[in-house]
Design a protein around this ligand. Structure first.
Ligand code: G4P
Length: 288
């Protein structure tokens, strides 16, 4: 196999060394909570999960939040919500950035913990708040969500002087406490599709991938799922041959090299940026 082929085969694989530590910390933190609030990216709800969470979180209640739902197709937000509910999780669409849907999370958490509260009550444990943690892959919106969910009205507990190594808990109300640092999960690069989907949404370091090839791959997917969005955005006639489409985007956007040829690299950067920021419209790349 020549070098180019080899690079191409591995182009979406990337695993930074510090992740092993992050996963270990996550395992420790899970022991402290009753419930895991798992964030996934609504545009790629499967690729943006790590299935290990099912094993790590055995016996814990689970809420799945389809975050960045503002960037995803509303029709598929609904379908994915139902999909996760059928899998036994409590699911909700949210937009952590604007706060939309975030208020409803408390209620969902209480529903998800109802059985546990009932068990506690029978054992004489009352008034103990549910303890939860937020988890998800990098860039899915964990910090944004914690800020939005906790707001300003919360008080921090733990880590008081004299209480060393204590965890910081954010008390949201008398029924719910949230660990203030999220658990970081790493996506599963089991097949190239997962890595590719993560690269599309910008969850991988763009420096380690080839933008032009990525744009080509994105156009292949969009040509099948949302050709209209591409045609409309760039005022081009066809979206069925990625190479030609990328050229057409370059022409339409005036991206030309010195020799007046289409600058595909620039066109690729524009396409990816438009997709990631929602300027191509609300797009979901995975189907339940
Ligand atoms: P993380 O902790 O999981 O790593 O993710 P973080 O909260 O840092 O969010 C990553 C990026 O995703 C941020 O954008 C954040 O604003 C954005 N984001 C989070 N939730 C949503 C959402 O529901 N919808 C949309 N559209 N974006 C969301 P950024 O460009 O890195 O930062 P900034 O420009 O917002 O400051």
């Amino acid at each position: 196999m020549d070098e180019k082929q080899d690079q191409s085969r591995n182009r979406y694989h990337w695993y930074p060394g510090h992740m092993t530590k992050a996963v270990r910390m996550m395992q420790e933190d899970i022991k402290l909570v009753d419930l895991i609030i798992e964030l996934v990216d609504a545009r790629i709800p499967l690729s943006s999960r790590n299935p290990d969470i099912d094993r790590l979180g055995t016996g814990k209640a689970r809420v799945v939040l389809l975050n960045k739902s503002d960037l995803a197709d509303p029709e598929y937000n609904k379908q994915w919500g139902l999909f996760f509910q059928e899998q036994g999780a409590y699911a909700l669409e949210v937009n952590a950035r604007s706060g939309q849907g975030v208020k409803a999370v408390s209620g969902l958490v209480q529903q998800a913990c109802r059985e546990k509260r009932e068990r506690d009550r029978k054992r004489g444990i009352v008034n103990r708040p549910v303890r939860a943690m937020v988890a998800g892959i990098p860039n899915v919106g964990k910090s944004t969500f914690i800020n939005s969910f906790a707001g300003k009205a919360c008080t921090k507990t733990g880590n008081k002087p004299g209480v060393t190594k204590g965890k910081q808990w954010i008390r949201l109300n008398k029924e719910l406490e949230l660990l203030d640092t999220p658990g970081i999960l790493w996506p599963k690069f089991e097949d190239d599709n997962v890595g590719r989907n993560l690269a599309f949404i910008g969850s991988m370091n763009d420096e380690v991938i080839f933008l032009e090839e990525l744009a080509y791959d994105l156009l292949t997917v969009l040509g099948g799922l949302y050709p209209e969005a591409v045609r409309e955005r760039y005022q081009i006639e066809r979206c069925d041959a990625p190479g030609e489409t990328l050229e057409a985007i370059a022409q339409s956007r005036g991206c030309l090299t010195k020799g007046a040829a289409a600058d595909r690299k620039k066109a690729a950067a524009i396409l990816l940026d438009d997709f990631r920021s929602g300027r191509l419209g609300r797009i979901t790349l995975e189907r339940p």
